[in-house]
Design a protein around this ligand. Structure first.
Ligand SMILES: CC(C)(COP(=O)(O)OP(=O)(O)OC[C@H]1O[C@@H](n2cnc3c(N)ncnc32)[C@H](O)[C@@H]1OP(=O)(O)O)[C@@H](O)C(=O)NCCC(=O)NCCS
Length: 181
């Protein structure tokens, strides 16, 4: 039976979904660019642990090391099936204000265009609000039609557009979503 978004929920990453996560990667799901390799000496632990480590620094696409904001990575799952991830950053750094924002997400390729993108952001917003955020910044490329639809369907208001920090040919759209008490 096909899984629908309403049957999926957010959980903390854990070995319970490791096998399904690895099959998502095999089908083209891209883990966080800064994450350690999927398997180190045949073990998944380092990759998994990295997702919710706090403090320290994280490598940017351009190679710079920048402060890692307080954050959580949650997985959208149904039973033992990994569907996607959402990263919620509870404080903005100067880099995140330009690119990244408070919330980022990705759905594994075989589950795209079925409403899971819209659903994962809808589930992440109350988590952000519970943390005390009263507004969430979301950024996406102007060419990312699916993400634009996901953000706008969740109440995103376009605040500005500007150049991407490392991709000179790309434009970034910055949206705010209100998180009233
Ligand atoms: C962006 C992403 C999360 C969307 O996930 P998804 O599960 O396909 O999204 P949904 O099924 O909820 O679709 C949301 C809307 O986008 C539209 N859409 C989905 N894929 C699309 C595409 N390739 N082109 C145009 N529109 C698209 C859907 O039709 C839907 O439109 P609607 O609101 O009018 O019904 C997914 O494509 C993805 O993981 N991409 C790679 C990572 C990424 O880009 N993350 C966002 C970074 S800002």
């Amino acid at each position: 039976m096909a899984i629908s978004p309403i049957d999926s929920l957010l959980v903390m990453p854990s070995p319970t979904h490791a096998r399904s996560y690895q099959s998502a990667v095999a089908e083209g799901y891209a883990p966080d660019a800064a994450a350690p390799p999927l398997l180190v000496d045949g073990r998944f632990d380092a990759h998994l642990a990295w997702m919710n480590e706090q403090g320290g620094e994280v490598r940017q696409i351009d190679g710079r090391m920048v402060e890692r904001a307080p954050h959580v990575q949650l997985w959208l799952v149904h039973a033992y099936t990994f569907i996607g991830r959402v990263n919620i950053r509870f404080r903005l750094t100067d880099d995140l204000r330009v690119w990244g924002g408070n919330i980022g997400y990705a759905i594994r390729p075989s589950f795209r265009e079925k409403g899971f993108g819209r659903h994962i952001l809808a589930l992440a917003l109350p988590v952000a609000r519970e943390s005390g955020l009263r507004g969430a910044l979301l950024t996406c490329l102007s060419t990312n039609k699916a993400s634009i639809r996901v953000i706008e369907a969740n109440g995103g208001q376009l605040a500005e557009t500007g150049p991407h920090p490392t991709l000179p040919e790309q434009t970034v759209r910055r949206y705010w979503i209100d998180l009233p008490v």
